[in-house]
Design a protein around this ligand. Structure first.
Ligand code: ZN
Length: 289
């Protein structure tokens, strides 16, 4: 029998993470641990499985760039507004340092990438939020990029797909952050009047201001399995209404059962599913080039 113990020698720090400290992202190295079933996964296999645990189906968090790579047709993506930067409108202490650190850590300028690309041959305008950038909180730049995307889509009559993720408002921008909910919702209103399709894909977690604005405004709302979806946290709701919430509250599965979303799609099928939806809604397939 092969000595499996030997495989982990020298790699211990990746397989002996204490409960509650399991990183969502695969750590550097060959192996990582599934957060849901605690199975030890070979990272190469996890990557070829699009970040889905082969044993239990847990969806690991993806960066915006990874999401673009697995969803869009190769080399079809053209980014918009990548140089749009926050101006720290309130002069909030430490905000500029935090932004700088997030930029260094993620290689992004903000918590969303927007642009145009093709999914299974069908052109669309796209947004990809990245939770690693200050919890994908919605500040003025995220709101502005989404607004511009909707406005452009209304003009060009091209469908919009946004992969949402967010932990909440960008508190360092105060009211400038909160008003992005109204701004993006109004922009969606114009898109809707122009009769252009908008599909939102809720990834883990999509909460607070993003969920309460463009996250939940999709003509079709898709979620990834197990994604946390909701406005405010379970504890806060329980304290407010003084009632215990049912098990599974705020999961994608609970949301589907209660009619809040339209479907749950395994990440490995999202490209095909989006392609079919775009086709059904009058999309015209373009060839690569
Ligand atoms: Zn698993």
């Amino acid at each position: 029998m092969p000595n499996f113990k030997g495989i982990f020698q020298g790699k211990q720090k990746f397989v002996t993470v204490k409960a509650g400290q399991v990183p969502e992202e695969p750590a550097d190295g060959l192996w990582t641990k599934c957060r849901q079933c605690a199975g030890i996964l070979y990272k190469k296999e996890l990557t070829s499985n699009l970040g889905v645990c082969g044993d239990c189906g847990f969806h690991f968090r993806l960066s915006a760039r990874e999401r673009i790579a697995i969803t869009l047709d190769e080399d079809s993506f053209v980014e918009y507004d990548e140089d749009l930067l926050t101006t720290d409108p309130l002069g909030f202490p430490g905000y500029d340092t935090k932004i700088e650190a997030a930029k260094q850590a993620t290689g992004l300028n903000e918590a969303i990438i927007t642009g145009q690309g093709r999914i299974d041959g069908y052109p669309a305008l796209l947004g990809f939020m990245d939770f690693s950038f200050i919890g994908a909180s919605m500040g003025s730049v995220v709101g502005e990029k989404v607004t511009r995307l909707f406005e452009r889509a209304a003009r060009q009559k091209l469908p919009v797909v946004i992969f949402c993720a967010s932990g909440g408002a960008r508190m360092q921008e105060g009211m400038f952050s909160l008003m992005q909910m109204a701004k993006t919702s109004a922009a969606y209103g114009k898109l809707s009047e122009a009769r252009v399709l908008y599909i939102s894909v809720l990834t883990n977690p999509t909460t607070a201001g993003v969920f309460a604005s463009f996250g939940s405004l999709g003509d079709i709302i898709i979620a990834e399995p197990g994604a946390l979806i909701g406005f405010t946290g379970q504890r806060v709701i329980e304290e407010t209404i003084r009632q215990k919430l049912p098990p599974g509250f705020q999961t994608a599965e609970f949301a589907l059962e209660h009619g809040l979303i339209d479907m749950i799609v395994d990440r490995r099928n999202i490209r095909k599913t989006l392609g079919s939806l775009l086709s059904l809604h009058g999309g015209r397939r373009e060839e690569a080039g």
